[in-house]
Design a protein around this ligand. Structure first.
Ligand code: C2E
Ligand code: MG
Ligand code: MG
Ligand code: MG
Length: 292
């Protein structure tokens, strides 16, 4: 009796493992196909001056809608692309497409592109970025790269060399998700940087929590003292925005000031300040609300 149960247990375990492995392989196959057949696209989310509402930049965020699987979150397929050795190809596509769009817009503010730590550690990364900028006639200053720390110490040193070369071309460097496990104070000492992006988990209760306010205030000061600009991401409520204004935060990005949306959604709003309140309504109508 016990043996049969045990055997059944093993079988149940194996079959669910099979399902997981199969699902992962299927996802990988579909992602390869999407890369080959142009199945990825980009959404753009504005970065906004806290005081004036003026547009200071866009972050490009990759989107994948699979015909079978539907919308797949980048939080799921970026790690998969890294494991499957597809991140180089995917990253090159994202960088090229974001630069193409910035050039087509004649964008005067930088376009921010997320790069995987694995990409940055590649020996030819700087050359690849440089070639992409040239292809679209952009200056280094029109591009910002957002990195997170998911590197071994050796890779971090290699990444630092690549990033310093890019910075010399005028490319701005941002440390994404600062304040989470992915992105720590020690990284600040090791990478050349222009910007800190405070993770949204630090501001969820900002309007009500004096402790969160003190922590965010201290991180803004930390950024200042290192000559870094500080962007707060994930701002969703007017209460959060008010506190950030009071704390002297300069730049915000979040659903409140615009959800990520396709380029066509932003084309009419490239010049002049983004009206903070109406951008919320517009975003609710056109943005990628379904993803979150
Ligand atoms: P991230 O770079 O920190 O991007 C910010 C994420 O927060 C995005 O999720 C964005 O849609 C979401 N977001 C923006 N404002 C708000 C808000 O007010 N509230 C909430 N709850 N969320 C907000 P998304 O697009 O799902 O991307 C998730 C992560 O996937 C990104 O985090 C980034 O690490 C990665 N990623 C996205 N696109 C790319 C890419 O092209 N290349 C690479 N390597 N990674 C990417
Ligand atoms: Mg980012
Ligand atoms: Mg982030
Ligand atoms: Mg993130």
């Amino acid at each position: 009796q016990a043996r049969r149960e045990g055997k059944n247990g093993v079988q149940v375990f194996r079959s669910s493992l099979d399902v997981a492995v199969h699902g992962q392989l299927h996802l990988e196959t579909r992602l390869r196909l999407a890369l080959q057949q142009g199945g990825l696209h980009l959404h753009y989310q504005p970065q906004v001056d806290v005081r004036t509402g003026q547009l200071l930049g866009f972050e490009a965020l990759v989107r994948w809608t699979d015909t079978q699987l539907g919308l797949v979150s980048p939080a799921r397929f970026i790690p998969l692309a890294e494991e499957a050795g597809l991140i180089g190809e995917l990253g090159a596509w994202v960088l090229n497409e974001a630069c193409r769009q910035a050039a087509a817009w004649g964008l005067r503010v930088p376009i921010a592109v997320n790069v995987s730590a694995l990409e940055v550690a590649q020996e030819d990364f700087t050359q690849q970025v440089h070639a992409t900028l040239r292809r679209h006639g952009l200056d280094g200053g029109q591009l910002k790269l957002e990195v997170t720390e998911r590197l071994t110490v050796q890779d971090l040193q290699r990444a630092a060399r690549q990033l310093a070369q890019l910075q010399a071309l005028g490319v701005q460097l941002s440390l994404d998700d600062f304040g989470t496990g992915q992105s720590s104070v020690s990284t600040l000492l090791q990478l050349p940087l222009n910007e800190l992006k405070l993770d949204r988990s630090l501001i969820t209760g900002l309007a009500e929590s004096p402790i969160e306010q003190r922590v965010v205030s201290a991180l803004i000061s930390l950024g200042r003292s290192l000559n870094l600009s500080v962007v707060v991401e994930g701002v969703e409520t007017p209460g959060q925005l008010q506190v950030l204004r009071d704390l002297g935060c300069g730049v915000v990005q979040g659903y409140l000031t615009g959800r990520p949306g396709p380029a066509s959604m932003w084309t009419p709003h490239l010049n002049g300040p983004l009206p903070l309140q109406t951008s919320v309504d517009r975003a609710a109508r056109d943005g990628d609300a379904q993803l979150h």
